[in-house]
Design a protein around this ligand. Structure first.
Ligand code: 5AD
Ligand code: SF4
Length: 443
């Protein structure tokens, strides 16, 4: 989401004459776009600001002026504290107000002093943002923002605000524009993306399944993904879309957080482990080659050995192509931060290592199982070595192959010849038969 927001901030500032600089050194303005999801991410903001202060001083000594802005969820949650601890910061803005950046920049450079704008405006920012420009063949498209779920560990409902779904017509317009600019793959974005319920062009409310079908009809769009989804909101229509919309990639990031019903309840996830298992079964029935990824939190308050075992069991039973795991990190203002029975750091470390090992083994098996398979790969970047191109498999794996530059930004049929820890090596496959994908996922 922050990658998307940063791109949109660049769009908003372009008419003022700002363009992206290669490095902070020499720039006229630096925007630090921040994340508040875990403590570690938030901590990094102040050390980054320390470095920028030196740049600003050096620039001032040469008679110049560096504008420093802090955007994103740390700014939203701790705006006043940022200005108190780092008074050299000129602008503090939340994730819902960056369409007002031009005014903020004007104020900061004309009047001096600080500008703080962490409102939740009644009118959504999307009504005020310029149409995004295509930056390559694969791009994000924001369809939904905010979250009303209030999982007890999570800051998102406080920093991003209430759930909002953009009208379907605006999304389809944006997709047509992006396709005309050369985009072939779109990833639909939202904190709770499958909770999407936007106004349809026909007057009724559309769910994400309906939206995906309509987007699949946009000429030029060849691949569709969405992230991040919640197991509670994955309705029948969306499950069916996975089976019927070939352009919807067979890879789904579906965070479950824990395999223990007791912990899931205290987390306020509003579903059980069994619900998740059944949902995955339905998805795999709809689309046999679907592969899954997930998020896990270890060391949530009160998590016992038995709870953690239940999580490992769920991972073994489901089998993930990849997954992210995090030590529980108490976030200010969230209910879980105030819970008794916080898990000691050493135990969190131990559980994190165990879950990493299991997930790592599954990811390795998945990548290994891809050797010999044929995939359509969207080649969107030059590779690390000359003469190579890099792209993403349907399962989001990085795939590289020795290919002519003319194939950049095209979809090519490749055969995987080697699996590495974080990438797959492939060769061009000239057999134009069906891809292997369709019958089963890799592992
Ligand atoms: N501590 C640890 N992990 C967290 N996440 C969200 N909040 C916390 C927290 N307080 C993780 C969840 C979520 C992912 C984006 O970050 O697993 O799915
Ligand atoms: Fe946070 Fe996701 Fe839960 Fe919303 S659904 S509160 S974004 S973890």
């Amino acid at each position: 989401m922050n990658v998307y927001d940063s791109a949109r901030m660049a769009d908003v500032l372009a008419p003022l004459g700002y363009a992206e600089a290669a490095a902070a050194d020499g720039a006229d303005m630096v925007i630090v776009n921040t994340c508040h999801i875990r403590e570690h991410a938030a901590e990094k903001v102040f050390s980054e600001l320390g470095r920028l202060r030196l740049l600003k001083q050096a620039k001032a000594e040469r008679g110049g002026h560096l504008i420093i802005a802090v955007a994103g969820c740390v700014a939203q949650a701790e705006g006043e504290e940022i200005l108190a601890r780092a008074p050299f910061v000129d602008i503090v803005l939340g994730p819902q107000t960056y369409h007002r950046l031009p005014e903020m920049v004007a104020k900061a450079s004309r009047a001096g002093g600080h500008v703080l704008d962490t409102d939740f405006p009644a009118e959504p920012k999307f009504d005020h943002l310029p149409a995004p420009t295509a930056q390559g063949p694969s791009t994000f498209l924001s369809v939904q923002e905010g979250c009303d779920k209030f999982c007890t560990f999570c800051v998102v409902p406080y920093t991003r605000g209430a759930e909002y779904s953009r009208p379907a017509a605006a999304i389809l317009d944006e997709a047509r524009g992006l396709a005309a600019g050369g985009v072939r793959e779109i990833t639909l974005l939202g904190q709770n993306v499958n909770g999407y319920h936007g106004d349809g062009p026909d007057g009724g409310a559309w769910g994400l399944g309906r939206l995906v079908r309509a987007l699949a009809d946009v000429p030029g769009i060849e691949r569709i993904r969405y992230t991040t989804s919640h197991p509670r909101d994955l309705d029948d229509e969306l499950v069916a879309a996975h089976g019927e919309v070939a352009k919807l990639m067979p890879f789904l990031h579906l965070p479950v957080q824990s395999g223990s019903d007791r912990i899931l309840a205290v987390m306020n996830r509003q579903h059980t482990a069994e619900h998740y298992r059944r949902l995955v079964e339905r998805l795999r029935t709809a689309r046999a080659d679907l592969a899954l990824s997930s998020d896990f939190i270890v060391g949530f308050p009160g998590e016992t050995d038995a709870d953690f075992e239940a999580t490992l069991r769920l991972i073994r039973d489901i089998g993930f192509a990849q997954a992210y795991s995090f030590k529980y990190s108490p976030r200010p203002g969230t209910p879980a931060a105030a819970m008794a029975e916080q898990v000691p750091e050493a135990l969190k470390e131990e559980r994190l290592a165990a879950i990493h090992e299991l997930i790592g083994a599954q990811a390795k098996a998945f990548n290994g199982g891809c050797v010999g398979r044929r995939f359509d790969v969207l080649l969107d970047r030059p590779g690390r070595h000359a003469g190579q191109l890099l792209g993403r498999s349907p399962y989001m794996q990085s795939v590289y192959a020795s290919l002519p530059e003319t194939m950049l930004n095209t979809v090519q049929r490749l055969r995987v010849v080697e699996a590495h820890a974080n990438s797959l090596a492939a060769v061009l496959d000239t057999d134009m038969g069906e891809t292997d994908i369709g019958e089963r996922a890799c592992a």
